[in-house]
Design a protein around this ligand. Structure first.
Ligand SMILES: [Zn+2]
Length: 308
């Protein structure tokens, strides 16, 4: 069996600490190796180890970040960590944290990638199941658009249109090519100075600083230099990868997004999981014709009833 198609976890625990971008709350976080088949599960150590799995049924409806909620317990701003895990092909990890929001770190996924490299990633004795896209699903809202199409590998094309100095940027990446670490991970989150007061008054960016976000004004970047000339669209790709992780499985398909954001990303996940004719679970490479059919996806199927 090719190791590339086995589930993976980290070799040993990793500790992080920092503050939440939105809450400004201090948080300690630990990533722990987890058994094959367990997926990504968050655990609030400050709330009797209450657990919330990173799956579509637990998505909380907020627009500025992707958060999970179960029985009123919140885990906020999960997208950068989930992106790093998917991008590096890590299936099973327990994420302990002692507050409600993940640390923003430097605003990118680089600290995660560096930590994974430090401790190592190991294959487990279980074949990875992929969610293979069988038909197109398109979500449109005004001039925002996101869609997923059948395709080999897992590719993402993103177009953004922002006021100056960002303007229009486009980026396409095929994650199956293994380029997450070099092309996506380092791209940081960003915000406009003119929105700052409003967002601060709303309590949405209590933790923001020039150390964890690119700050923009009309004339340009206030805390340069950029890590890529098109860092903004690369960060949108990073966010999208993290949000699509809530499908609960690695995806075989092609995603196209234009002017989208977290709400559109998670709307696509909802639509996808609800339409049972749009995908099938497969092992990779695809089974031969006389082989047993791919098993029904227990996890995803169980979630369908609770999606709204
Ligand atoms: Zn982000």
């Amino acid at each position: 069996m090719e190791a590339a198609h086995l589930e993976r976890t980290i070799e040993s625990p990793i500790a992080f600490s920092g503050i939440g971008l939105h809450s400004g709350a201090p948080v300690k976080m630990r990533l722990l190796p987890a058994p094959a088949g367990s997926g990504i599960v968050f655990r609030r150590t400050d709330l009797d180890n209450f657990e919330i799995a990173a799956t579509g049924r637990n998505v909380a409806k907020v627009s500025y970040a992707t958060s999970l909620m179960r029985q009123g317990v919140l885990i906020s701003t999960t997208e950068h960590l989930l992106s790093a895990l998917v991008g590096m092909g890590i299936d099973n990890v327990t994420v302990e944290l002692d507050n409600l929001e993940l640390p923003i770190l430097d605003g990118s996924a680089s600290p995660y990638i560096e930590a994974f490299a430090r401790v190592g990633i190991k294959s487990q004795r279980r074949r990875r199941e992929y969610l293979r896209i069988l038909k197109s699903i398109e979500v449109r809202e005004g001039n925002k658009f996101i869609a997923i199409y059948p395709g080999e590998g897992f590719s993402i094309s993103y177009n953004i249109h922002f006021p100056a100095p960002i303007g229009c940027q486009a980026f396409t990446v095929d994650l199956a090519a293994g380029c997450y670490g070099t092309q996506i991970a380092a791209a940081r989150t960003f915000g406009f100075r003119e929105d700052e007061k409003k967002l601060r008054d709303m309590g949405l960016i209590r933790g923001v600083s020039p150390e964890n976000a690119i700050i923009l004004c009309k004339d340009g970047v206030q805390n340069g230099p950029l890590r890529f000339s098109d860092e903004f669209v690369r960060h949108k790709v990073l966010d999208l990868i993290g949000d699509l992780a809530l499908a609960g499985h690695h995806i075989l398909g092609r995603v196209v997004a234009e002017r989208a954001g977290h709400a559109m990303h998670t709307a696509l996940v909802y639509r996808l999981l609800r339409d049972r004719s749009a995908w099938q679970m497969v092992h990779f490479p695809a089974p031969k014709r006389n082989a047993a059919p791919a098993t029904a996806p227990r996890l995803v199927a169980a979630e369908l009833g609770s999606l709204s």
